[in-house]
Design a protein around this ligand. Structure first.
Ligand SMILES: [Zn+2]
Ligand SMILES: [Zn+2]
Length: 230
């Protein structure tokens, strides 16, 4: 089964041009089994995700959030518990303080940390130390540069991501960071086939299983062309 942990919709992310229905439809066409809505500083009420799931049997929807930090980096949070409301560009220390009561129930993912930099400064060191996983491939990551190896698209900073993953013991993840339908089904994570569960099941899966990276090179090519990166 394939899961994308980083998707935006036009409902809660002004930068996205994709309706939630388009996410579900495209995800089904791309054979994704699960999608996490990680809007910028906004979370989806579970009832609304349930309503969407009813309209699109075959795709499981989960809630998360993407927080932009004062340190200049972004993190994704996916939790079994309700997530706190945090102002954009809050310092990481403050974010961690808010998360303390639910930290054990929450997975933190460093989103595209080397998008704009190729070294680990003090701020990024702090981010990586508190995270559980690192997003190592996405359309957004490819914009820093990529090579084509066989028919696969590989970030020119791939080694940095691999090194950070090893140094900080972070699970590497591949996501679309989708803001438009062309981004969906580009990068995702493969897990051994199993019945899909609820939000708590997803958090436990993230915590315990290292997925295999997956990409659809044809869709990556189309996406990179659409964005003008290729
Ligand atoms: Zn955005
Ligand atoms: Zn994002």
């Amino acid at each position: 089964m394939q899961i994308d942990f980083h998707v935006h919709t036009s409902v809660h992310s002004a930068c996205a041009i994709m309706e939630p229905e388009e996410v579900c439809q495209t995800a089904l066409e791309c054979r994704l089994s699960g999608v996490v809505f990680t809007e910028h500083h906004a979370t989806w009420p579970r009832e609304e995700l349930n309503r969407l799931e009813e309209k699109y049997p075959g795709i499981r929807l989960y809630g998360g959030v993407e927080w932009s930090l004062a340190e200049g980096y972004d993190i994704l949070a996916i939790s079994k518990a309700p997530l706190p409301d945090l102002a954009p560009f809050s310092p990481l220390g403050e974010v961690i303080e808010h998360l303390t009561p639910i930290r054990e129930q929450t997975v933190l993912i460093a989103a595209h940390p080397f998008r704009f930099t190729d070294f680990i400064d003090a701020g990024l060191d702090h981010v990586l130390r508190v995270c559980d996983a690192i997003e190592s491939a996405s359309g957004n990551i490819m914009r820093a540069g990529f090579i084509q190896s066989g028919n696969l698209f590989i970030s020119t900073r791939g080694k940095l991501y691999a090194e950070a993953s090893r140094l900080y013991d972070l699970t590497p993840l591949c996501n679309s960071d989708g803001h438009m339908t062309e981004a969906l089904g580009t990068f995702a994570n493969i897990y051994p086939d199993a019945p899909m569960g609820d939000q708590a099941w997803l958090v436990d899966l993230l915590r315990t299983v290292k997925p295999k990276p997956w990409q659809n090179p044809q869709r990556v090519r189309t996406y990179l062309q659409r964005k003008g990166y290729l």
